[in-house]
Design a protein around this ligand. Structure first.
Ligand SMILES: Cc1cc2nc3c(=O)[nH]c(=O)nc-3n(C[C@H](O)[C@H](O)[C@H](O)COP(=O)(O)OP(=O)(O)OC[C@H]3O[C@@H](n4cnc5c(N)ncnc54)[C@H](O)[C@@H]3O)c2cc1C
Length: 327
């Protein structure tokens, strides 16, 4: 690894090679923008769908129902065919004035200067650390994304009897992943009196025979090396211990906006989203944002793909000097 700072320039740099970033990159190239670079910290592009080993993906984009990994491969291929340059294992570490990015890749630190930058870094589920749950810090605590990545990409099963927390759409995806990997959740808990989404959760828990505990929250997680037990409390304060070997926290998505928070760009201090105008442009007009980094609540891949395309069309007009804006 070298420690020299490598420098490059491009017309548009896109941070994030998920559905929104790749859709934007493909649209930019097809619109005649010369040098479009997508930067992604992972060793393979495609974003979250890479590890969602289930359908439905691709209905909006390809009019077909694909699994996450097939969809991810297809959007990467579409971008490469259009002439997009994808830099993998490349993490953007700072956003400077007027499109000056610093990055780190296997070649060492680098800098990329772009006429325009699109932030398409997605969203992530709230981890245990941010959920204010006390107790010990044993092994076996995951989010759905991390579990899927473990199962589908690394082919490893991290637990067999986890407690699952949350009742969003992604919680159904978590149950489905558990089912596929031979994992039997001991229960699904929801702190409110209603599930966040109705049918997939009711249907999923009945189909898979998983107890659904409503009005129930986690007080603490116990276990020396691995998770051994979770202390629950219902709305009346009645406590109950439940034996399990893992905890799977699902949902409560937050924008992946650490880069924005550390930068000169304006950010919504409550939601963590970069502040944009109706064209997706940030407070520094060299920067735009699109996809799940902006959506609250998060949206499915097809919507992020469309959002990437729409923002790219604005970037094209902006580069050509034909964008009429009202902020
Ligand atoms: C468990 C789960 C199941 C889902 N199931 C479905 C489904 O069945 N169907 C469906 O349509 N949608 C599904 N979704 C939603 C779908 O995955 C998202 O809508 C979509 O991936 C969002 O696209 P995006 O491009 O905004 O972000 P992402 O896909 O999150 O991509 C963001 C990219 O940015 C990169 N990145 C972040 N920060 C940096 C940085 N500093 N430097 C470089 N790269 C960076 C990341 O590595 C990542 O590749 C699911 C999501 C989850 C979590």
């Amino acid at each position: 690894m070298s420690d020299t700072l490598k420098y490059d320039i491009c017309d548009v740099a896109i941070i994030g090679g998920g559905p929104s970033g790749l859709a934007a990159a493909t649209t930019l190239k097809k619109s005649g923008v010369e040098r479009v670079v997508v930067l992604d910290r992972e060793s393979v592009a495609g974003g979250v769908p890479r590890h969602c080993g289930h359908p439905p993906f691709g209905i909006v984009e390809y009019k077909r129902i694909l699994s996450g990994p097939s969809y991810a491969k297809k959007i990467v291929k579409t971008a490469i065919t259009a002439g997009v340059d994808i830099w993998l294992k490349t993490t953007v570490t700072s956003l400077g004035n007027e499109g000056r990015l610093t990055l780190i890749s296997p070649d060492g630190p680098g800098a990329l200067e772009a006429n325009r930058v699109l932030i398409a870094t997605g969203a992530r589920e709230t981890p245990r650390s941010a959920r204010m749950i006390s107790g010990q810090r044993p092994l076996g605590i995951y989010n759905t994304g991390a579990l899927q990545s473990m199962i589908y990409l690394k082919k490893r099963v991290p637990f067999h009897r986890p407690l699952v927390v949350g009742t969003e759409i992604v919680s159904f995806s978590a149950l489905f992943t558990c089912r596929k990997a031979g994992i039997t959740p001991v229960a699904l808990v929801e702190e409110n009196k209603k599930t966040s989404v109705m049918w997939p959760i009711g249907y999923g828990t009945r189909l898979f025979g998983i107890p659904l505990l409503m009005n129930t929250s986690i007080l603490s997680i116990q276990g020396h090396e691995r998770v051994e037990m979770v202390k629950l409390s219902d709305k009346d304060g009645n406590e109950k211990d439940i034996n399990c070997d893992g905890v799977l926290f699902t949902g409560q998505f937050i924008p992946e906006s650490s880069l924005v928070r550390m930068s000169h760009l304006h950010i919504n201090q409550i939601t963590g989203e970069p502040i944009v105008d109706k064209y997706g442009r940030c407070s520094d007009p060299s920067y735009y944002a699109a996809g799940n980094v902006l959506f609250n609540p998060v949206k499915v891949a097809g919507k992020c793909w469309r959002a990437g395309q729409a923002t790219a069309q604005w970037i094209v007009k902006d580069l050509m000097g034909t964008a009429k804006r009202k902020i």
